[in-house]
Ligand binder design. Sequence first.
Ligand SMILES: [Mg+2]
Length: 190
Amino acid sequence: MTAAPVLDAESARRVKFVVLDVDGVMTDGGVYLGDVDGRRLEFKRYDIQDGLGILLLRWSGIRVGVITGRVSESVALRAAELKVDDLVQDEQARKLPALRKLCHKHGIGLDEVAFVGDDLPDVGVLREVGLPVVVGNATADAARCARLQLTRRGGFGAVREFCEVLLRARGEWDALVERYVQSRAEVPGK
Ligand SMILES: [Mg+2]
């Protein structure tokens, strides 16, 4: 295990849009395939700690997007649960055109994007964004394009680690944690 990556405040504050790959980043890359009465079912396993990190990113005003090259109802359910701002499922895995389109729509530059990936379908995007990031178990080709390599594996807290690295570098982490703790101490309806 290598040391946790460190990000400078200036680079961290430039980020307006965090975009995540799904398989191998939000999951461990495993896919459970089944057939129930002729209906194809696909399941993935997500990390709950990652979800909380994404919540804190959104609280800090950072836009969060998910771009995947594999179409799955599971991803739509998880994206809705996390209330991510943008979800693109492109079965052709053309992630860079999808990202360019989102950036154009929201008036965000690619230099203001942080992208977290793990493998070859991410290389084109990693080469173009302002802050290219890979998970701890990324393939060598993807890792070569990254400015930050996380220590945690995809599906096992890598996204949470990145959220914390980014928000700490922006000097926002402690206040967001406090806000979360306070929010959980409130009695609903009062
Ligand atoms: Mg992947």
